[in-house]
Design a protein around this ligand. Structure first.
Ligand code: NTF
Length: 795
């Protein structure tokens, strides 16, 4: 350990000399990596001892995704060594930022859901709460995106670096997960018992990753499971080579779908693997009697992907711990709680009954019994068919995982106020009527230590110089910045930092993508997964309208804007991929037009991921949060951008609503339909996009150009988009909202014309962003759901 820069340099140099291969960045990376691991080790061990000694109640956060991003820099930040190390390395002629670039990002998630899980484990450790993540150790993370001829291509990403493993293999904690087999009743000492004969076992090997909390006080664990062939006798029901192959596939790669259902047998195998391995370990490791599980353990399931935890816990309690159904059910439904992250029909998980019956025969029996008993309990009430349909777990040969998750949990939450309301009043109305006390809201949050402290070290420095360092521990104190929102010199400092972050992004893009961006333009940033409801299409159509206006109207010469896009489409999502192609096509046309180029620049950042986000977010002036109202459960990019002083252009959707509430609508650009209106139109099928085209000549002209093929090289890729807008009734209300979107953009231009006023609005956004720290979210979960006790800080 060290406490000063000089001390750090001494240790670092000695270690480098031992390696004896010169002062390369690779060697420095290796050395730094080893040093941080050593600092962490002791804290990690001591934290787990403290939990054991105090018999603390533990939370386990089950998630099929943990999008943690690069680890080295974040660990240095949380250990409070970042500045010392950075300055020390500077003096040795090494750049910490270059060293960090050598780390391959573990892309073990798709988007918001996976990143949220990563923010949550950070906050748990930072608050000193006993909470651990349980997930899967995919060999291949989310694919790497490249554009070829404007189209997205996907390449596998290998993130595991054998030399510097970010995780530790725990051979001592291996468990075995059973698939297939035949369910039989056998006579035991105390009556009939269920036994699964000749299952196919798969070995689950845990890899533990330390999660370093703020100030390095607490180090919790993120445990990721890897599938390997079992050492147990092989039942011989299939060729061993096939078994080997199938086993390796379980944790071979992350499913690259986001908000889309992936109803494949392999996905089901992954889900069960996560649930079974995690639950077995939790029960094995616990030093309490099984009846006291709910007092000692809380399990949070992140969406329905780990919903098999409900029947799996039942199976273990009944078959392995010999509890009665009622005892087991009481324990299960006091241990598990569930978070819903979407109401999109296409994302609602449903499993074919026969698939579960074959792959997990015992689990199927348990689900059937849960369904039977639940339906029985409803018999007294006079429920209509619609209600019974909404309340059934098994129906028409499919198992509805969301219903299973609600019935098997003691608490169910949505991820923003509006989303939770929609769940209670519409999507899950019948369930919430049955279980009125289960439903609650927990608005999402983000780890401000990564998204402000680390990603924007310069702005963090200014904030600390201005209001002191307490905000790092208590992010709500960012509100103190409000007093400086009209302070001229503070605003100037803020503007200078914004420029600097823009410059850093420009360098990054120049290096990686060979594009040059005008630093003085407005940086308008739309970063998120590609999906119809997120309406990247509306953004690009609007850019086309602007282009037309510039060409048509010699008096329209707006202030230069750079429109950035970043995001991936699920490889199977045809429409989203067509939108990507369209953006690239429009970009080529706009960027190569000498007149338009003076006012508009479109930049599509290839392979958007956590690392790219860390460059883009601090550089943003404008944050695009333009989903069709009611569709985005929360959004979390909106919070990251706000916290870095970008102004939101957004609909009343997800957490945008609360962002507007916190900062005031006058400090944002709000537009578009309300969730109520969207849902009303959907219900009554009363929206007809053709009426918009008939009444708005500018939109009509754009559609005509699209149909004529003026925006494409060939006609093909646009056909599909036009078809959705016209023939398929524009399901995401793009044409309906584009006029008010366009007006909101005009307001942005007007506001940007007054730099000091603009900066004031930015600072008000930062000041109001503390509420969106995941520290607040996690504290609320702990108070209302998990009931964890803070441990005193070790350091
Ligand atoms: C996502 N859900 C939502 O679409 C986002 O609005 C939200 O911010 C994040 O979850 C985190 O809560 C999903 O990815 C899924 F899988 F549920 F569709």
């Amino acid at each position: 350990m060290f406490s000063s820069k000089e001390e750090f340099k001494k240790i670092f140099v000695t270690r480098m000399e031992h390696k004896g291969m010169g002062k390369t960045a690779e060697l420095a990376y290796e050395t730094l990596w080893e040093m941080t691991q050593e600092w962490i080790q002791d804290r990690w061990y001591r934290t787990s001892q403290l939990y054991k000694d105090n018999n603390e109640k533990q939370l386990y956060y089950f998630s099929i995704e943990f999008l943690i991003g690069r680890v080295l820099g974040q660990n240095l930040i949380n250990l409070n060594f970042y500045d010392i190390v950075k300055e020390g390395l500077d003096e040795l002629g090494l750049q910490l930022s270059e060293i960090e670039e050598l780390e391959t990002e573990p892309g073990l998630g798709n988007g918001g859901l996976g990143r949220l899980a990563a923010c949550f484990v950070d906050s748990l450790a930072s608050l000193g709460l006993p909470g651990n993540g349980y997930g899967l150790r995919y060999k291949g993370g989310l694919f790497t995106q490249h554009f070829v001829n404007g189209y997205q291509t996907e390449q596998p990403t290998q993130w595991i670096q054998e030399k510097h493993n970010v995780d530790v293999r725990r051979e001592d904690l291996v468990v075995e997960v059973p698939y297939y087999g035949e369910v039989q009743l056998v006579m035991g000492m105390d009556g009939l018992k269920v036994k699964v004969e000749k299952p196919e076992w798969v070995k689950a090997v845990p890899y533990d990753m330390p999660v370093v909390g703020a100030n390095g006080g607490t180090v919790n664990t993120l445990r990721l499971w890897q599938a390997e062939v079992s050492d147990r006798p092989f039942p011989g029901h299939k060729d061993y080579a096939v078994y080997e192959h199938e086993t390796a596939k379980i944790t071979d790669r992350l499913y690259p779908d986001d908000s889309l259902e992936a109803g494949k047998i392999l996905r089901l195998k992954q889900q069960y693997f996560l649930c079974s391995a995690s639950l077995q370990t939790i029960l094995n490791e616990g030093s309490f009697s099984i009846e006291e599980l709910p007092e000692n353990v809380a399990i949070q399931i992140n969406d329905t992907h780990p919903a098999l935890a409900v029947p799996e816990l039942m199976r273990l309690l009944i078959d392995d711990y010999a509890l009665s159904w009622d005892q087991a059910w009481d324990i299960t439904t006091r241990t598990i709680s569930y978070t819903n992250h979407t109401i999109l029909e296409e994302a609602m998980e449903k499993w074919d009954r026969r698939l579960i019956q074959t792959l997990l025969p015992r689990i199927y029996m348990v689900i059937e019994e849960i369904d039977r008993r639940f339906k029985e309990s409803l018999q007294e009430q006079e429920l209509d068919d619609e209600a019974l349909h909404k309340l059934s777990i098994i129906e028409n040969g499919v198992i509805k995982m969301a219903v299973l998750a609600v019935v098997g949990s003691y608490k169910v939450n949505g991820v923003a106020k509006l989303h939770t309301e929609i769940l209670k009043k519409r999507e899950m109305k019948e369930l919430s009527e049955q279980f009125p006390n289960k439903f609650h809201n927990k608005t999402n949050g983000i780890a401000h230590r990564r998204w402000l402290l680390k990603a924007n070290h310069e702005l963090s420095g200014l904030i600390t110089d201005t209001i002191g360092p307490q905000w790092i521990k208590e992010p709500e104190r960012l509100s103190e910045l409000h007093y400086f929102s009209q302070n001229h010199s503070f605003l100037q400092d803020f503007q200078a930092i914004k420029s600097l972050k823009k410059e850093q992004l420009i360098h990054h893009l120049q290096r990686n993508q060979n594009v040059i961006v005008d630093q003085d333009s407005i940086f308008d940033i739309h970063i998120k997964r590609f999906h119809g409801y997120k309406r990247q299409l509306m953004n690009i159509l609007h850019i086309q309208m602007l282009y037309d206006r510039i060409k048509r109207d010699p008096t329209y010469r707006p202030y230069p804007r750079t429109f950035f896009f970043g995001g991936k489409a699920a490889p199977s999502y045809h429409f989203a991929k067509q939108v990507i192609k369209m953006i690239n096509t429009v970009a080529a046309k706009v960027n190569n037009d000498p007149l338009a180029r003076k006012h508009l620049h479109v930049v599509f950042v290839e392979n958007y991921n956590v690392t790219q986000a860390e460059y883009m977010i601090p550089a943003a002036d404008v944050s695009e949060q333009i989903s069709t109202a009611s569709k985005e459960a929360s959004g979390t990019g909106n919070m990251k951008l706000m916290m870095n002083g970008a102004l939101t252009i957004g609909t009343f959707d997800g957490a945008n609503v609360e962002i507007f509430e916190q900062v005031g609508e006058e400090n944002a650009f709000v537009f578009g339909m309300l969730a109520e209106q969207v849902m009303q139109h959907e219900k009554e099928k009363s929206y007809n996009p053709k009426s918009i085209i008939d009444s708005d000549p500018e939109i009509a002209q754009l559609m005509e150009e699209l149909i004529k093929g003026e925006w494409t090289e060939g006609k093909t890729n646009v056909d599909f988009i036009v078809e959705q807008l016209l023939e398929d009734g524009d399901p995401y209300f793009v044409l309906k909202d584009i006029r008010s979107y366009s007006k909101a953009h005009e307001q942005i231009l007007n506001a940007y014309a007054h730099p000091e006023k603009w900066a004031e609005m930015c600072v008000k956004n930062i000041a109001a962003s503390g509420y969106f720290s995941s520290d607040r979210t996690i504290q609320q979960y702990s108070d209302d759901v998990w009931h964890l006790t803070k441990i005193p800080s070790l350091y």
